[in-house]
Design a protein around this ligand. Structure first.
Ligand code: HEC
Length: 195
């Protein structure tokens, strides 16, 4: 065998391993779920029938709707993920949990690492989900009127139970708006967009 071929064969394993993305160091079930259980389930849980502001953290499928561009968890973009300022109570966010023990530094760090590694959720294809959300974003900007007659401009994202997810034109973030906060025409508009 020529020297060059031998050298090449020796190189192959190194090349292959270099191409492989680093395995996530944080595991949702082992590292993240317990944090949500400890600090959030009390008020945000399907099982406890507590869904403050429309958020639940004990159901992976439901939680996956809060993952994506402009949502509270933006995969690989820790700085754009409101979940972090929310648990820290900074940037004008109402601190979560609103009472009792706060998250420990190492727990916040785990959340940050989980997000920077792609916010993986068991059984959920995050990449496919984000591609779907991007396709939805070409939807037209519509006027939405509140019960009080205030008009906002936003694109419809999805209907989630009693909430409509609207992407506001002002900051491109997705807000969960209780249907009951919209005027009757707005409520119909939301239901029609969902069809
Ligand atoms: C004691 C009850 C309670 C606990 C525990 C709690 N929350 Fe909340 N959460 C609320 C209430 C009440 C609201 C609605 C606040 C409002 O609209 O003023 C809320 C709203 C939210 C919102 C939407 C508001 C926003 O700023 O976007 C998020 C996200 C949220 N909570 C995340 C969490 C997370 C994450 C945890 C755990 C680390 C948690 N919450 C723990 C009661 C709780």
């Amino acid at each position: 065998m020529s020297f060059h071929l031998t050298a090449l064969l020796l190189l192959i394993p190194a090349l292959l391993s270099a191409q492989q993305p680093a395995a996530p160091t944080v595991d949702f079930k082992k590292d993240i779920q317990p944090i949500f259980a400890k600090y959030c389930y009390q008020c945000h849980s399907v099982q406890k029938k507590k869904e403050k502001a429309g958020f639940v953290f004990d159901n992976v499928e439901r939680l996956s709707h809060d993952v994506g561009e402009g949502r509270i968890i933006v995969p690989k973009k820790v700085d754009e993920s409101d979940l972090i300022p929310i648990v820290l109570g900074v940037d004008g966010k109402k601190e979560m949990p609103p009472e009792g023990a706060k998250l420990k530094t190492e727990e916040v760090e785990k959340l940050r690492t989980w997000i920077s590694e792609g916010a993986n959720l068991p059984g959920i294809d995050i990449a496919a989900k984000m591609a779907r959300q991007t396709r939805q974003r070409v939807r037209e900007v519509m006027n939405w009127t509140s019960k009080e007659g205030k008009v906002i401009k936003a694109t419809f994202e999805e209907l989630q139970g009693d909430f409509v997810l609207l992407r506001m034109q002002t900051d491109n973030k997705v807000y969960k708006v209780p249907l009951t906060k919209l005027n009757p025409a707005g409520q119909i508009q939301a239901k029609m967009q969902a069809e």
